[in-house]
Write a protein that binds this ligand. Structure first.
Ligand code: AMP
Length: 174
């Protein structure tokens, strides 16, 4: 099965010049979604994570499904003000302005737990780099990063620590 054929490319969304990779067409395909999670599970099983940390919001979809396959817990990394208990937070640069991500302070207990980060897509690596720092701040040990899609030319993986970085589908020239 070719996962790329299930991803819809929407030109000029959310603004001119961006080719948006729409994963809703993959998610609605029962066999395609299942196959995607199976591929991620095969490539990540050796990392034996205790937790999957998924970034809001598309990282929740792939991360939670992968967690059940790998027998790991799922930890949401959320936008500001969504988590109810005490949080660790990190601010990071966006193209315009700054953004902030939060995780519960007690989410990665016990300290040193092995954490696999999961998101739908890595572009510039700003979100993933910030999440890596947040995981460390929360006492977790990052053992890998997994993405369905990688926009290779944006070199996002260079913003990540030296752990295994897995992507299932790559785009060049975006
Ligand atoms: P970045 O921080 O630049 O690596 O951007 C990663 C986040 O932005 C991911 O959570 C993606 O869901 C989203 N994103 C960035 N670029 C695209 C794109 N071309 N198509 C779809 N989602 C994108």
């Amino acid at each position: 099965m070719d996962i790329k054929t299930l991803i819809r490319e929407v030109p000029d969304f959310p603004k001119p010049g961006i080719s948006f990779k729409d994963i809703t067409t993959l998610l609605r395909d029962a066999k395609g979604f299942d196959y995607t999670i199976q591929c991620l599970a095969e490539k990540c099983a050796d990392l034996s994570p205790d937790f999957i940390a998924g970034m809001e919001s598309r990282g929740f979809i792939f991360g939670a499904a992968l967690a059940t396959k790998l027998g790991a817990g799922f930890v949401p990394v959320r936008k500001p003000g969504k988590l109810p208990a005490a949080v660790h937070a990190i601010e990071y640069e966006l193209e315009y302005g700054r953004d902030r991500l939060e995780v519960h302070q007690d989410a990665l207990y016990p300290p040193g737990s092995k954490v696999l980060m999961v998101d739908d897509l890595i572009a510039t690596g700003g979100t993933a780099g910030a999440t890596a720092e947040l995981i460390q701040q929360a006492g977790g040990t990052l053992v890998g990063c997994a993405f369905v899609i990688e926009l290779v030319d944006l070199k996002g993986r260079e913003k990540l620590p030296s752990v295994p970085i897995i992507s299932l589908v790559q785009y060049e020239g975006d």
